[in-house]
Design a protein around this ligand. Structure first.
Ligand SMILES: [Zn+2]
Length: 231
């Protein structure tokens, strides 16, 4: 088995992992790089493999830094299913179209500005994906319930657990049968804090052979939620 970090390594956006087993090739998350001058270049050069060779995608949650390049993956040739929770699908229906619309407007503005400044013919740049392409991608989403075991292929199974981060967010446990061995990978996605009023506490995971855990705020202590003002 081979595991490749495609983003969110040495930075905090563009979350995506490529997992290659003897029989399958799949992604966990397909996030957009955000912020910083280099983000556009990174988004355009991301996915530098053949998307047609990806069997499926597992998506932890709807935030754009985890999901924002999915329509681009589809536009570049990926035709497989994307498994995620029902609530995440509901959020993506709004968020991916919104992301596409913002890109279309930004590119339109950039192209107009370039044209005004140079007064000569220039090569127009295109958005990463359009609203139409984002809408078309939504057909590839497949809904899963928390705590159900899903068989993705004869050698790969997974279970989505509540991550308590936002509506629909999930920790994904993946079981891979590799020859005579079973390997359990756990992808934390973004994790919530216990004790929040609107989302459930993150589900404890009791075992992993390989744990991939978000660590954006790993060097800080959370404020105690029980006494937010005086403590
Ligand atoms: Zn998030």
């Amino acid at each position: 088995m081979q595991l490749t970090f495609l983003g969110a390594a040495g930075e905090v956006t563009g979350s995506s992992y490529l997992v290659e087993t003897g029989n399958n090739r799949f992604l966990v998350d397909c996030g957009m790089f955000q912020g910083g001058r280099d983000a556009d270049r990174k988004n355009r050069s991301a996915l530098n493999f053949d998307p047609q060779l990806i069997d499926f995608v597992l998506l932890t949650h709807a935030h754009i830094d985890h999901s924002g390049l999915l329509p681009r993956l589809s536009t570049l040739g990926f035709r497989g299913p994307v498994y995620t929770t029902t609530a995440t699908i509901d959020l993506l229906k709004v968020m991916l179209k919104d992301s596409a619309y913002i890109q279309e407007k930004e590119i339109e503005w950039q192209n107009k500005r370039t044209h005004r400044r140079k007064h000569i013919l220039h090569r127009e740049i295109a958005p990463l994906y359009t609203v139409t392409q984002a809408e078309s991608f939504l057909k590839q989403l497949r809904s899963v319930d928390y705590d159900d075991e899903i068989s993705l292929s004869p050698s790969v199974k997974c279970i989505f657990r509540d991550a308590g981060h936002i509506l629909g967010s999930a920790i994904i446990e993946v079981q891979i049968k590799n020859h005579m061995h079973h390997i359990k990978l756990v992808f934390s996605g973004d994790l919530g804090q216990p004790g929040h009023p609107l989302v459930r506490d993150p589900t404890p995971v009791h075992h992993a052979d390989i744990l991939l855990v978000e660590s954006t705020y790993g060097n800080r202590l959370h404020r105690d939620q029980r006494c937010p003002v005086s403590c």
